[in-house]
Design a binder for this molecule. Structure first.
Ligand SMILES: *Cc1c(COP(=O)(O)O)cnc(C)c1O
Length: 398
């Protein structure tokens, strides 16, 4: 076989696959309502666009330092100080081509062939695959039920081996919307320090949080944790800038400089124009963030109520991000037109083919009992989708 063994182990992103299929149906003129989006439906704020246009007109269109322009790295340091109580030097910050790329660089910098990386379930689809690309072994950890979907210190302890190198945490979480409290993170930090492992803390949904929940960075909690943590964040979700491809990471200087070395050989710098836009996002007016969260919050309440009013579906209230992750497994074993629904992929195929609603199967997140619905779309679309799902499920037969 021509393709390397390492790459043969990797699966393509399921979230992108179902979105592509829904888009193809839309292109054929089929009236599909998509709840599969992994990005805000708002436009990038005007002040940010203007900063990019200025950068183009001023000829800021050349290579930048590989780890990003100093002004932006300084602004990122200020953000960490202000929002997370973390003091970094610009040499401890790297700007890359999206948060996804920052995560990948951190994994490449930390993981050796055969190292184990603990990934709590449900996880963001890219974590296990990126660990595999690096030659590491993802160890998927199922949290014990009494904690909901949160990892407890005992859960973490039980997954540790002599090969464990890294724990990947994502709070607020995509897909579950759970947000770890300060105390929960502090308890995990104690286990991390005791075990001498590292944490990759994906905090990309930091700003998208509800009901007075507070985001807390594990790096800021227990003495010594900042030396053990790579914090990843970015502008994609908070400022509706997914297409601009700017993410960043901060951590121990040795790790960040290794990440910079990889990036310098891999992509050079991230886009110069997008860096200027990100600088404006972090330092300019922040009111668009609040307006976006208010809209998400209204949709969140609506979609949770609608889902929980459907027999056989139970949907916890997410505290962050813009997804709901209900358990739909009570419908497994039901039939439609003679076809038996066996798992989350069959369930989503039924919703897409028969009801013209696109959702993402939980299997891609390591939890086949659930599906992910995104509420980063208009209330009108959500209402239409929920009407269709409700009606569709009545057609299923035992
Ligand atoms: C969207 C997302 C990211 C990063 O997105 P980028 O567009 O690459 O910045 C990282 N982690 C999670 C969990 C996400 O949902």
């Amino acid at each position: 076989m021509l393709i390397s063994r390492n790459i043969q182990r990797i699966k393509p992103s399921v979230t992108l696959a179902i979105t592509a299929r829904a888009k193809a149906m839309l292109a054929e003129g089929i009236d599909v309502v998509s709840l599969s989006a992994g990005e805000p439906d708002f436009d990038t704020p005007q002040n940010i666009k203007d900063a990019a246009i200025r950068a183009i007109n001023q000829g800021f269109t050349k290579y930048t330092p590989a780890t990003g322009i100093l002004e932006l790295r300084k602004a990122i340091c200020k953000k960490f100080e202000r929002d997370n109580g973390l003091a970094y030097d610009p040499s401890q910050v790297i700007v890359s081509c999206g948060g996804k790329h920052s995560i990948y660089l951190a994994i490449l910098a930390l993981v050796d062939e055969g190292d184990e990386v603990i990934i709590p379930r449900p996880y963001w689809v890219s974590y296990p695959e990126q660990v595999r690309i690096a030659g590491g072994n993802p160890v998927v950890l199922t949290p014990t039920k009494e904690n909901g979907l949160k990892v407890s210190p005992q859960d973490l302890r039980s997954a540790l081996t002599s090969r464990t190198k890294l724990l990947i945490l994502n709070s607020p979480s995509n897909p579950s919307g759970i947000v770890y409290t300060r105390d929960e993170l502090a308890a995990l930090a104690e286990v991390v320090l005791e075990a001498g492992i590292y944490v990759l803390s994906d905090e990309i949904y930091e700003k998208i949080i509800y009901d007075g929940a507070r985001h807390c960075s594990i790096a800021s909690l227990v003495e010594g944790m900042v030396e053990r943590t790579v914090v990843v964040n970015g502008v994609s979700k908070s400022y509706s800038m997914t297409g601009w491809r700017i993410g960043y990471a901060a951590g121990p200087e040795a790790v960040i400089s290794a990440m910079g070395k990889i990036q310098s050989q891999e992509t050079s710098n991230s886009c110069s124009i997008a860096q200027m836009a990100a600088l404006e996002a972090l330092t300019g007016p922040q009111d668009s963030v609040g307006a976006m969260i208010e809209a998400f919050d209204r949709r969140r309440r609506y979609i949770v109520d609608r889902l929980n009013s459907i027999e056989g579906i139970s949907c916890p209230v997410p505290q962050g991000a813009f997804y709901v992750f209900p358990d739909v497994s009570s419908y497994y074993g039901f039939f439609h037109k003679g076809k038996r629904i066996e798992d989350s992929v069959d369930f989503c195929e039924f919703l897409l083919d028969e009801m013209k609603v696109a959702c993402v199967p939980g299997a891609g997140f390591g939890m086949d009992t659930n599906i992910r619905l995104s509420y980063a779309t208009s209330l009108e679309n959500i209402e239409k989708a929920m009407d269709r799902i409700e009606e569709g499920l009545k057609k299923l037969q035992r």
